[in-house]
Design a protein around this ligand. Structure first.
Ligand code: DGY
Length: 319
């Protein structure tokens, strides 16, 4: 008899779900939006695996609703702050995520944010679209250079390294802060205080954990250069958004580029950051290319198939 697998969306990019349907009985949340905890719990009894996105809460209650048959929670995301890891460990459930396959795509978007924030691309484009571009004037739309600037990477894993490679192509100096990553040929390891003081661009590439929550708050923002840019494609909770808003508004920070927020979905009614002229905001699209999103689903499916076939998962969460 085929094992049952709960997927939190009916449609996902690529053909991963079709492959999974060939090997298991799929129980899919049929709605278009995001399922609530009770929606998933109602579908969970008796499933052996859950395929979830990075913003679906997967807690002990969902695991208990699934019952003892549940062997694996496979996230189609790199981030894993939505899963109660302790609850999974207590129940012997493997949790997997999708590193590597999204590193280059997310690094591309990180660079888009760096360029957009420092060169004021959004504000300049909006001014043209609104018909307010008159003459060529020497003082209009002035930004700050990327070439020759120092890039400070907070977190130097796969995405951080992929950003470092791009930065060298742009003629930047690269430093990083990551207790687990020494110097390499792309970047020099420094402490956080040095990174904040020396960087023209600070880019965040750490997971959201108890240690990294509000890692960048008022004191860290005050330690950055007033000409610096803060960029995040990591998780919203790593930055204290209230403190960031004050720093940008008061001219203590040049600009910011954010793809992630403490509260998502985000909109102008939820935070003034969205309308702030020197802040570029995007709706969490770091990994959003057709190929990469399909690869994330594929890897999540492979992890499920491996665990259900008693093989080790390909990409379990780091210990
Ligand atoms: C990730 O993979 O963590 C992306 O942010 C999507 O959840």
């Amino acid at each position: 008899m085929k094992k049952r697998v709960l997927t939190t969306r009916e449609n996902l990019p690529g053909n991963g779900l079709d492959r999974l349907a060939g090997a298991a009985e799929l129980v899919a949340w049929p709605g278009d939006g995001k399922p609530g905890p009770s929606d998933l719990a109602a579908l969970a009894p008796g499933v052996s695996a859950v395929l979830a996105l990075g913003n679906d809460p997967v807690d002990g209650a969902l695991m208990d609703a699934a019952g003892p048959s549940l062997r694996v929670v496979a996230l189609a995301s790199m981030g894993f702050d939505n899963v109660d890891r302790n609850a999974a460990a207590e129940r012997g459930i493997v949790v997997t995520h999708t590193p590597r396959v999204l590193a280059e795509t997310t690094a591309d978007l990180t660079f888009a944010l760096i360029l957009a924030a420092r060169r004021r691309i959004g504000a300049a484009g909006a001014s043209l679209a609104s018909g307010s571009w008159g003459l060529f004037r020497m003082h209009d739309y002035l930004g700050l250079d990327i070439h020759g600037a120092t890039l400070g990477l907070v977190g130097y894993g796969q995405i951080g390294r992929a950003v470092a490679r791009r930065a060298h192509g742009f003629g930047m100096r690269v430093i990083h802060h990551d207790p687990y990553a020494p110097d390499d040929d792309l970047s020099t390891s420094v402490d956080l205080a040095t990174l904040l003081a020396e960087s023209d661009v600070v880019s965040l590439h750490v997971p959201l954990t108890e240690e990294t929550r509000h890692l960048i708050s008022a004191p860290e923002l005050a330690a950055m250069k007033p000409t610096a840019t803060l960029v995040s494609t990591a998780r919203g909770g790593v930055v204290d958004e209230e403190a960031l808003l004050h720093a940008v508004r008061e001219g203590r920070l040049h600009s910011a580029g954010l793809d992630v927020f403490e509260r998502e979905p985000m909109g102008p009614e939820l935070s003034p950051l969205v309308a702030e002229p020197n802040v570029v905001t995007l709706p969490h699209i770091g990994s959003a290319t057709e190929a990469t999103r399909a690869a994330m689903v594929d890897l999540a499916v492979d992890n499920i198939l491996d665990v259900l076939a008693e093989r080790p998962a390909r990409t379990p969460l780091p210990g």
